[in-house]
Write a protein that binds this ligand. Structure first.
Ligand code: COA
Length: 162
């Protein structure tokens, strides 16, 4: 059976948090943050559902801001529905469902929605080992981030949509 890609509902909170936690560990977003993201911008919170279970998530915010190291973005503090940018916070798939194209499906849908909404670009921060993944989708490396979230080094990337 194929996974369904759809917008998250408030009732998906436990499933989304479980994916976040299993994927990012202590660096991941708290349940409260996940709840806020679903409530504030459901259009920017996609889930992959298989047999009634959430197996993958892709989420972010819409904003005019571009400073990715600003932690308050992750609390949706600078959410602007008509903001020109999308900032991705999480792209995560349950370990047992990885390597089957699920992140690819989620990210492609996320990019499609951002284009439909006439956003200018999608920005994100990732660890060095994921730069190659995002490059496959056309993301360009900006450089090292000022952020030291979780005590690690982050790289900033963007995808121009116009
Ligand atoms: C990264 C992650 C989302 C990939 O999910 P996935 O469903 O296994 O990825 P896919 O199978 O859709 O792979 C998509 C493409 O990325 C590539 N890819 C996957 N993981 C990669 C990695 N760690 N490094 C480089 N490329 C990678 C795949 O080879 C594939 O390329 P292809 O289409 O040319 O074959 C998953 O491993 C995960 O949840 N990791 C923990 C959370 C995380 O670190 N998220 C990303 C950083 S924000």
């Amino acid at each position: 059976m194929q996974a369904i890609i759809r917008q998250a509902l408030t009732s998906d909170l436990e499933g989304c948090y479980s994916v976040e936690k299993q994927s990012y560990g202590p660096e991941g977003a708290s349940k409260e943050r996940i709840a806020k993201r679903i409530k504030t911008y459901p259009k920017g919170f996609l889930v992959a559902e298989l047999n009634g279970k959430i197996i993958g998530i892709a989420n972010g915010t819409s904003t005019d801001k571009e400073d990715l190291s600003n932690e308050s973005l992750k609390d949706m503090a600078h959410f602007e529905k008509d903001g020109k940018n999308i900032i991705i916070f999480s792209l995560a798939v349950l370990p047992e469902h990885r390597g089957k194209g699920m992140a690819k499906t989620l990210l492609n849908r996320f990019i499609e929605i951002s284009k439909e909404d006439k956003k200018s670009k999608i920005l994100l921060m990732c660890k060095e080992n994921h730069i190659a993944l995002y490059e496959k989708f056309g993301f360009v490396l900006i450089g090292k981030s000022k952020s030291d979230h979780g005590g690690t080094e982050w790289h900033e990337m963007y995808l121009g949509l116009k």
